[in-house]
Design a protein around this ligand. Structure first.
Ligand code: OGA
Ligand code: MN
Length: 301
């Protein structure tokens, strides 16, 4: 018998889950309860969970297949490659390049052929105030479009480009070259059906360069509208972190952004473990070098 309590934190997304100790393996009933709450609220907060990396991996593994971060093999935990360190603390005596992770609206690993199913982020150290993360509900983003606009976006494919990660080109040049080689621009449908809920959601983000068959000039105003619409305040849950919060989000129906709304001299240290998503998308021919809309046009002709 478990005593899980689920308390909604926001209308668009977010619920707190109480009554679980994530250091212990979840029973299959508990896994079912967590999944049901997750599908309903999209972002779950488990407060007061002081997990070790293996415990974080074990918990994440109950809800999906573990992602090993091979597409971005940097800033992984030295002993546990499944754990990504999102930190502004020095790493090997150097400023961390994950200190500005997630500064534009995105879904994790959308620039790969396995966009993440879910991610689990745990707060190990935090600034006095701020360092918040916002999440936006992409079911609502889709459902609130007019029928004509829905029909239009239903037919579009989006080119996701790793170089549109905010601050990407300021990273170490060798890493930039490696990450570009490992992650050429990739096409995913702009509207996806969630495999568990059957609901349609908008799979847009600030890491989309253009739509297949359309130039960047044609795509950009539509992208600007869709990104603005999708991240409207009424679709957003804003999480204010407490130490030892574990927050789990569904990348298949949400976007998120990490805010730089805190004193950068204070440490913020997080551990992330992600779940592998379903295989999706295709790489455009000749996109490796330029990421140009010209080759996008070739792909549909
Ligand atoms: C991430 C991310 C958000 C944050 O880890 O995927 O976007 O607030 N981080 O650190
Ligand atoms: Mn992220």
């Amino acid at each position: 018998m478990s005593n899980i309590e689920v308390r909604p934190l926001g209308y668009a997304a977010g619920a707190e889950v109480l009554g679980l100790d994530l250091r212990k393996p979840l029973s299959s009933t508990e896994v079912d309860q967590v999944n049901a709450a997750w599908h309903q609220h999209l972002v779950l907060v488990f407060p007061g969970q002081d997990l070790t990396p293996p415990q974080l991996i074990e918990f994440t593994g109950k809800l999906g297949d573990i992602e090993r971060n091979e597409n971005v093999p940097y800033y992984r935990h030295p002993e546990y490659p499944e754990v990504l360190l999102v930190t502004n603390k020095q790493v090997n005596g150097k400023p961390s390049q994950t200190r500005n992770t997630g500064r534009n609206w995105h879904a994790d690993l959308s620039y790969t052929d396995r966009p993440a199913k879910g991610s689990v982020l745990m707060c190990k150290e935090k600034p006095d105030v701020g360092g918040d993360t916002m999440f936006a509900n992409m079911y609502m983003a889709y459902e609130t479009l007019s029928p004509i606009m829905q029909k239009f976006v239903d037919g579009l494919e989006a080119v996701h480009d790793i170089t549109l990660i905010k601050g990407f080109n300021r990273r170490d040049p060798a890493q930039v070259a490696d990450l570009k080689a490992k992650n050429p621009p990739i096409v995913h449908p702009l509207v996806r059906v969630h495999p568990d809920t059957g609901r349609k959601s908008l799979f847009v983000s600030e890491r989309v360069r253009n739509f297949v068959g359309m130039t960047e000039e044609e795509s950009q105003p539509i992208l600007d509208f869709l990104n603005m619409h999708a991240t409207s305040p009424e679709f957003v849950y804003r999480h204010r972190w407490n130490l030892n919060d574990v927050v789990m989000w569904d990348n298949r129906c949400t976007l998120h952004i990490a805010l730089k709304d805190f004193d950068q001299s204070q440490p913020r240290h997080m551990m992330r473990c992600s779940m592998l998503g379903e295989k999706s998308g295709y790489v455009l021919p000749d996109e490796h070098e330029e990421g140009s809309a010209k080759s996008a046009l070739v792909a549909v002709s």
